[in-house]
Design a protein around this ligand. Structure first.
Ligand SMILES: C[S@@+](CC[C@H](N)C(=O)[O-])C[C@H]1O[C@@H](n2cnc3c(N)ncnc32)[C@H](O)[C@@H]1O
Length: 470
């Protein structure tokens, strides 16, 4: 940015003008833009230190705040500002919703450039705290100390169980209370940490990949089921038994207790063997009259009650009468497929994670749903004319791709298959907008419905109904 060439330059009394992408805010200086992150809100007046000065924009950090915006709310969490979890706690929820709606509006208008109807108001999340059903806490021997904790660092010790500091794989913020997941999540984490420290168990060292306790995954289902899973860095039978017996004996709420011995260089566990230690091998989530079985490696939407709202909108947009053949692309564990199955003639789900497809089949079976079929494979290889000839021509395609959106070849295939209706569920309205531009060749956008699944973050879901032009 031309007038702020030097990094470390301080600019005083800057008005923060708006929200920007990725949860940042934006200020305009002499025709250029500065992206500011952290505890800042549109309407604040601040002093900024410039860093990362690029040709077209710069990034800045707040040095001092002179006046606070009316869009602000008081953060409710003691870890706010350090933890990367709920970066927008300092923004009123109505303002968060307004921004999310606007972001979807801007993406769809600016990127897709297709004709768009009026947008529906965003659906707010009924729960703005304790809305997640899954959290992953990391053990570390490299605790992050906040400036206030620095003086007591010796007393507090270097072990931590909590969340990664943003952009620091090797530093963990010790969490005392997290407002994302209902209890017993906080209790289990805090008591397990205290027990592990009392027993002198070795917390993991992320820098050299060594140590005994790696991470703790807790899932709390709306049926009341609770799953806990501990990852250990090496097989020490006696100590593994000590930790697992502690959890079993002290937390009768845990209905599924599991562990993994993970000796790899990273703690992703999808390729690891899960040892089922006690209780059931899965937990159950309820939605309408359906039960979904969720295993230790299964994906399930993390805000379950808002997922129900999202799926109702999806089903409503699909306008099912009982006679439709539906394709559910990127079906995951088949949740949408099973959710719409009773209102459709049949549903075909496609997803590339083979284990997810196994879960999808089990979920149809336990709900006595007999009109679904599921296939595992990469969408661009699976979805083609032969597949359609074998499975029947779809009246409705529901698609819920990952953040990258659909591969162009998948969009081209959908255009050739030409279903009368497409319901496009997206967690990234920018890539969705790109895909809508491709689909515009044959499809008109009829409805747009943003949905907030993740309060206090910048993430937003969006459901779009497209109809084939006559
Ligand atoms: C946003 S999730 C959809 C989850 C599901 N609809 C639900 O509501 O639970 C996207 C899914 O697409 C799958 N996926 C990603 N890329 C894929 C590809 N190229 N082919 C098939 N499935 C893919 C992911 O594994 C993931 O399950």
């Amino acid at each position: 940015m031309k007038n702020y060439k030097k990094n470390k330059q301080v600019v005083q009394n800057v008005l923060i003008q708006d929200f920007a992408a990725e949860g940042k805010c934006i200020a305009r200086l002499d025709g250029g833009v500065v992206f500011v992150e952290g505890n800042v809100a549109p309407g604040d007046v601040v002093d900024i230190e410039i860093f990362n000065n690029k040709k077209k924009y710069a990034e800045g950090r707040v040095l001092q705040t002179h006046s606070l915006s009316e869009k602000r709310a008081a953060p409710f969490c003691q870890h706010f500002g350090t933890c990367g979890g709920c970066k927008w706690q300092h923004i009123k929820y109505e303002e968060q919703l307004q921004f999310k709606w606007q972001q979807v509006y801007d993406h769809l208008h600016r990127i897709s450039k297709v004709q768009l109807p009026d947008f529906e108001p965003i659906v707010a999340s009924a729960e703005t705290t304790f809305y997640r059903n899954k959290l992953e806490y990391t053990f570390s021997n490299a605790r992050w100390f906040t400036p206030q904790q620095m003086d007591q660092a010796d007393q507090l010790g270097s072990n931590a169980l909590g969340f990664h500091i943003p952009r620091r794989f090797d530093r963990i913020l010790d969490i005392e209370t997290c407002y994302l997941q209902p209890d017993p999540s906080n209790q289990i984490r805090n008591k397990l940490r205290a027990f592990a420290m009392a027993e002198d168990l070795v917390f993991y060292d992320q820098k050299v990949n060594a140590g005994f306790l790696r991470n703790l995954i807790i899932r709390t289902a709306n049926s009341g089921d609770v799953m806990a899973m501990v990852q250990f860095g090496h097989p020490n039978e006696e100590k593994v038994a000590l930790v697992m017996a502690y959890l079993k004996n002290n937390f009768p709420q845990i209905t599924s207790l599991n562990y993994i011995i993970n000796q790899k260089g990273n703690d992703s566990y999808y390729d690891q063997n899960v040892v089922h230690y006690a209780g059931k091998a899965f937990i159950e989530e309820k939605m309408e009259d359906l039960t979904f079985r969720v295993g230790p490696k299964s994906f399930y939407q993390t805000n379950a009650s808002q997922a129900y709202e999202l799926y109702k909108i999806t089903r409503n947009f699909a306008q099912l009468t009982g006679n439709e053949q539906v394709y559910d692309l990127y079906t995951g564990t088949g949740t949408i497929a099973n959710f719409v199955a009773r209102q459709a003639k049949s549903v075909v789900g496609v997803e590339y994670v083979a284990e997810a497809i196994e879960d999808a089949k089990v979920n149809s079976e336990i709900n006595q749903i007999g009109n679904t079929r599921f296939y595992a494979g990469d969408m661009k290889n699976v979805l083609n004319e032969t597949f359609v000839a074998e499975n029947g021509h779809p009246d409705v395609v529901i698609t819920d791709p990952p953040r990258a959106g659909m591969d162009e070849s998948v969009v081209r295939t959908i255009l050739r298959i030409a279903p009368p209706r497409i319901v496009y569920v997206s967690c990234n309205s920018a890539t969705q907008a790109r895909d809508l531009a491709w689909l515009d060749e044959q499809y008109a956008v009829r409805r747009v419905q943003p949905v907030d699944m993740f309060p206090h973050t910048h993430h937003v879901e969006n459901v779009v109904l497209l109809e084939r032009r006559a």
